[in-house]
Design a protein. Sequence first.
Length: 348
Amino acid sequence: MTDRTDGLSYAEAGVDIDAGNALVERIKPAARATMRPGAMAGLGGFGALFDLRAAGYEDPVLVAATDGVGTKLRIAIDTSDVDTIGIDLVAMCVNDLVCQGAEPLFFLDYFATGKLDVDSAARIIQGIAEGCKRSGCALIGGETAEMPGMYDAGDFDLAGFAVGAMERGRALPAGVAAGDVLLGLGSDGVHSNGYSLVRKVVERSGLGWGDACPFGDGTLGAALLAPTRLYVTQALGAIREGGVHALAHITGGGLTENLPRVLPKGLGAQVDLNAWDLPPVFRWLAEVGGMGDAEMLKTFNAGIGMVLVVAPERAGALAEILRAAGERVQEIGRVAPGGGVAYSGALL
């Protein structure tokens, strides 16, 4: 084999293989910290292995979910505040899995950028590992793609892939009936949906990411980067106690679109908008953006990040179990004959 002195190299084309290898070494400790029963190997192989029997399953059904973070990434990129955006990525996937009644088992990430900055990428992936650790799932693999010409300098994109399992016959939703109680779990802000509209509102306000937050402490950028709340361990604990018929992760489409997804044909939801206090971030977005209840409820979580549909006789006990696990729980309505979501009261 001979080397030509006038030949081009991959590095000259903008791809640094050595930087990619350095990143893998940097993130191995964070990935190891997420290991759980069933995970069989660390990072570096061509594929990742997971043993369902070692995880305690006898007759498992696998459940998979994939998602991203959307244009919330733009705020993280513009502020260089990337430490928690990986938590958002994990949450968007595993919060969906638990709605099927599944326990998240493992997670893989896809990180693409124009020019790999090892320090920044390591911070992002350490956030992913933190989200996995909090959710009880193992970060067992992923892909880092350096793609010059596809992304501007400093830009990146993220996608996540989560796989979970449940014992056969335990899938949710199941047993939803008229009269079931809707328990709403509080969100930690905007989470990871509606950020194209959020950025329009910020533009209208004339504020920058580094300006003082008009609805809370710190900067506006930091407040809007508050990570998506992880509901996994709390929701699984409630499911194990019995009486949970369905769960709805309140993401894009808000309560208006997501609650009907877990209700059988012929049933709808009646929601009392006075049952919880609208968090200040949403009140500010509505005021500056000139939005009414309908737009807020169809675009944002409006302060409710997850809804549990539960048997009425179990509602009180389950609410206490969830509060003991750290959740802010409100009874926000009931399942009733009909369809869609019918609102009473006023959000704003």
